[in-house]
Write a new protein. Structure first.
Length: 166
């Protein structure tokens, strides 16, 4: 496993605690996505569709290029996902105001309702876990998650946060 050298009495850095954290992350991800997966399957969609819908909803007018950066999938995969979402009436695209070559993505009314349904489901799971863990644990959990991110992803999130604040 990783080069684990506990600092003082930092028992949480022992291999068993690290493995337990990894296992809990796997199980949490499975359960967190499970309910949404069943709803997506009813619409013949998968997780790539869900991620696209979520981030388009979170960032109305996002460019295809920026969505590619967030999702870290190939252009071909994104094209397939977006084509289906547009054909089924969840997403619409418009040309950019200043650069007409840009394709800006928006959720339609159907897309907004679907994104809301999926996010509400997962939001309830987070709310219950946050309530049970307490306010201090919420901050600690978010710090741990940020610690798992690559520096490029941290920069990407900071950039999105700045865009939303404008």
């Amino acid at each position: 496993m990783a080069d684990v050298k506990p600092i003082g009495k930092a028992l949480f850095l022992r291999e068993e605690e690290l493995r337990r954290g990894i296992e809990l992350m796997f199980f949490a991800y499975r359960d967190f996505t499970g309910e949404a997966d069943s709803i997506l399957a009813e619409q013949n969609m998968g997780r790539a569709h869900h991620r696209a819908i979520y981030f388009i909803g979170r960032n109305p007018g996002i460019t295809v290029s920026d969505l590619l950066t967030i999702l870290c999938i190939t252009k071909q995969s994104l094209s397939r996902v977006l084509s289906g979402l547009m054909q089924d009436g969840y997403v619409t695209q418009k040309p950019g105001a200043t650069d007409r070559r840009q394709r800006l993505l928006y959720l339609t009314g159907t897309g907004i309702a679907f994104e809301s349904r999926l996010t509400s489901l997962q939001g309830r799971r987070f709310a219950a876990a946050y309530r049970e863990a307490g306010v201090d644990a919420v901050d600690g959990f978010q710090r741990v998650l940020r610690g798992l991110l690559d520096s490029d992803t941290i920069d990407q999130i900071a950039q999105q946060d700045q865009t939303r604040d404008i």
